[in-house]
Ligand binder design. Sequence first.
Ligand code: 5GP
Ligand code: MN
Length: 322
Amino acid sequence: MVQDLRLTLEQSKQWLITTHKGPDGDAVGSVVAWAALAQQLNKPYQILFPDQPAAYLLPFLSAYEWSVFDLTLSYEADILFCLDYNAPGRVGEQMSDFVSGFESTKVMLDHHPGPDTFCDLMVSKPHLCSTTQVIYECLEELGWVSYVNLAMAQGIYLGLMTDTGSFRFPSVNAKTHQIAAHLLSLGLEQFKIHEAVYDVNTVSRLQLRGFAIAEKLQLFEAQGIGIITLSKAELERFNYQKGDTEGLVNVILSIANIQVAIFMMETTEGVKFSFRSKGERFVNAFAQKYFGGGGHQYAAGGFWPSDLQSALDRLMLHLKEL
Ligand code: 5GP
Ligand code: MN
């Protein structure tokens, strides 16, 4: 497998690097790491996002050229990388046909359970905390760890940090810390990455959070479940910007004796769900069964293509299964 991958990478001519819709820190970090590899291998590359990353992630991309997928353009490449996703649907409706229909080599590097078999080469490691850890371990297996430079370190650390809640989730293992130690030894200033991600709040974002917690939190204490919903009007009231509600679901989970946290946000297309859990309780199967989504055992997402009330009705109808 590693031999196949090495040969494929060496023989490839033009890279197309993609990640999932609504790119998070691990998605952008993986893209950065892979682009930094392309640079060192002297492979021409293109970075293609299904949609624009949130503003706080853009500084990580400043040294790279990237674009948002455009249905009317054609993209020349002999190899497509699928980073931090494991099914074509995760790049959104617009771009999924392009990914499934890509005729040359497709390579997946990912850590989500239950990968679809749409790629020619799959590096799928669901037991690892982040795709950037998958990438680092893959480079090690290829004997390419010397390619891990400071530029790549920025991306790898970004993914490790954001997908582990700053190195606290059960998915963190000794290796995660060993990788972080290596990145720091390269001169990475890890506090700058924390600041760039966590200390960039706007006042309206904090006020939206305050409002959500003070006015919109519903607790089902006997069941250990907490829910926050935000309607379109409420989001508008606080001048909602992409990324403003990120992490809100984890605030619910931080309440003592809450094991399942659900955040629901109304958009023009429908309601987006974020599920988080801990202990013995898992959320991905529920997200998949009732809201067409999925994800990890402790962190999953879903969608309901209607208004907030009907999404909430559906949730309540099946809540006992959580
Ligand atoms: P978030 O709540 O941060 O949007 O999503 C949490 C996790 O759930 C993501 O890391 C991703 O693995 C997964 N996820 C979110 N939305 C979907 C979806 O629509 N389908 C699948 N399969 N996974 C999702
Ligand atoms: Mn990830």
